[in-house]
Design a protein around this ligand. Structure first.
Ligand code: SAM
Length: 271
């Protein structure tokens, strides 16, 4: 265990990250399916899969619809959980004990590293170091997804961090992804308690994430005043109003119809 790793509870439920799988299959199809050069060996790593590896296995199934040969590696700090998960291993699916430094071999570059619901504790100031460590095995243009979700996966937010050509540089904070399945209705502030670790306490005046939420809230009030009261409709109608006020908001119909909002802040999402 390195000094960055801390033990956390292992709770996870089936289906919790299904929406994230769907988003990645839609938005990162090429990343998940390419097999040129080193990409032929490039793995998907699920870090901290929890007491049972359900979400790893669900993602493996979803991503293999795009790339049947995809190698999947579930990593757990808890040795007993890693051992128990081995019952689900097969030729392309492996479970290993390890932490943020990732127990990968030199011949196992990563295309996608996911670390969901891990950074609950620990100082937010250490998050950049964690991101950098988790990105070490990514191929250039590979993606790190780090964020949190409520226990059922009804509300989810995640950083999308992209590795650039320079292996020494920190991954670029390309976007913030929000998702709701509307089980809890919709209001922008619904996401505040499920923001990634380094942003959760930053929704206060003067911070870029506060400015973003203020604009999203104003756009939502406008949409409701225009008669869009039902949560999916309000969500859908709020996005173009938000995009008119804030740069980098994607208004792709596929995303909005399914409760996804992607914010690609110019210059990257501020820490
Ligand atoms: C709350 S569970 C999350 C499970 C699943 N990722 C999800 O989103 O539902 C967190 C798991 O991450 C593991 N964990 C915590 N820190 C870790 C680290 N640095 N490296 C690998 N696993 C870690 C814990 O042992 C625990 O089983």
């Amino acid at each position: 265990m390195s000094s960055l790793d801390t033990q956390t509870r292992g709770r996870t439920s089936r289906g919790r990250l299904r929406a994230l799988d769907a988003y990645l299959c839609h938005a990162e199809r090429e990343l998940l399916s390419r097999r040129d050069g080193p990409w032929a060996r490039a793995v998907f790593v699920d870090v901290g899969f929890g007491e049972h590896p359900w979400t790893t296995l669900e993602s493996a199934e979803a991503f293999r619809a795009l790339q049947p040969e995809l190698a999947v590696i579930g990593v757990e700090l808890d040795a007993e959980r890693a051992r128990a998960a081995s019952a689900h291993a097969d030729a392309r699916t492996h479970f290993r004990e390890g932490g943020f430094e990732l127990p990968l071999g030199e011949d196992e570059p990563a295309r996608l590293v996911r670390a969901m619901n891990l950074l609950r504790q620990g100082p937010p100031e250490r998050v950049p170091e964690v991101h950098r460590t988790l990105s070490r095995y990514l191929l250039p243009s590979g993606l790190l997804v780090e964020g949190s979700a409520d226990p059922e996966g009804a509300i989810l937010t995640a950083h999308l961090l992209r590795r650039g050509p320079d292996a020494e540089a920190p991954p670029f904070r390309e976007a913030l992804l929000f998702h709701t399945d509307f089980r809890h209705g919709f209001a922008p502030l619904l996401f505040r308690d499920w923001l990634p670790r380094d942003l959760r306490r930053r929704v206060r005046p003067g911070e870029p994430i506060h400015a973003f939420f203020s604009e999203w809230d104003a756009a939502w009030r406008e949409a409701r005043a225009a008669g869009h009261a039902a949560p999916p409709d309000a969500f859908h109608e709020t996005a173009p109003r938000l995009a008119a006020r804030t740069g980098g908001v994607e208004t792709d119909a596929w995303l909005l119809e399914r409760g996804f909002l992607v914010w690609k802040a110019e210059g990257g999402v501020s820490p």
